[in-house]
Design a protein around this ligand. Structure first.
Ligand SMILES: Cc1cc2nc3c(=O)[nH]c(=O)nc-3n(C[C@H](O)[C@H](O)[C@H](O)COP(=O)(O)O)c2cc1C
Length: 207
């Protein structure tokens, strides 16, 4: 068997696509995030890797809270759009209906049937990214996505991302090209006047 060394871009596992939610200047901001993983059992903790240049990174360091929202495949264009442009330049919060759970600085997305709120417990500064460890404060799940009270992957049908070819998948079916599907929507956001005003966030139905 002939072998080659191929550099560093090896991603043997597809990643579940999430949308990271943070608050900047009292305003919700969202960005697509694929580099996350569960890192501790009890207390329940997850880790996310976030580029230091991102607006969301500054927000997490400042507020020490964030959310991870898991979009259905119907939301893939909006999800991709959040990964194509920074909240420094456009208001991405209007792409979704926003609500709040138990944390004040971790905005949640109504259209995402599964969402996790986290408090920052630790962060590791790497050359380009911060690896941020968050303790899970609450998990919100739509009832029709549960089986025996637990999220059911067959019902949730999460969108996954494969790298380095940057493709979205759902249930093994190709959905489209990441960093591309949301371009038209991004251009529409860029055409809108950008004013940073704090929006009221709905509190969610109890339960
Ligand atoms: C599918 C997808 C996955 C992404 N995953 C990550 C990630 O894990 N970490 C990261 O720092 N940036 C990731 N990005 C890039 C950010 O979403 C992008 O830089 C975004 O514009 C940052 O927005 P912000 O400046 O408003 O925080 C991803 C983008 C896409 C399209």
């Amino acid at each position: 068997m002939r072998r080659r060394t191929i550099g560093c871009e090896a991603f043997p596992l597809p990643m579940t696509v999430s949308i990271l939610g943070t608050i900047t200047d009292g305003h919700p901001n969202f960005m697509a995030l694929g580099w996350w993983t569960r890192v501790n059992y009890r207390p329940a903790m997850l880790g996310i890797s976030i580029n230091k240049m991102n607006h969301s990174c500054h927000a997490i360091m400042e507020n020490r809270e964030f959310s991870l929202n898991f979009p259905p495949v119907s939301l893939v264009t909006q999800t991709d759009c959040t990964g194509l442009i920074s909240g420094k330049y456009v208001d991405k919060s209007g792409l979704f209906s926003v609500y709040s759970g138990i944390l004040a600085q971790a905005p949640l997305i109504e259209e995402c049937g599964l969402a996790i709120e986290c408090r920052l417990v630790e962060s590791v500064s790497l050359p380009t990214h911060h690896f941020v460890v968050g303790e899970i404060a609450a998990v919100h799940a739509d009832e029709d996505l549960l089986s025996n009270g637990m999220p059911d992957m067959e019902k949730l049908q999460p969108v996954t991302l494969s790298m380095p070819y940057n493709r979205y998948w759902c249930g093994g079916t190709y959905v489209g090209q990441a960093w591309k599907m949301g371009r038209e929507l991004r251009d529409q956001l860029l055409d809108q006047p950008f004013t940073r005003k704090a929006l009221p966030i709905k509190r969610r139905r109890p339960g």
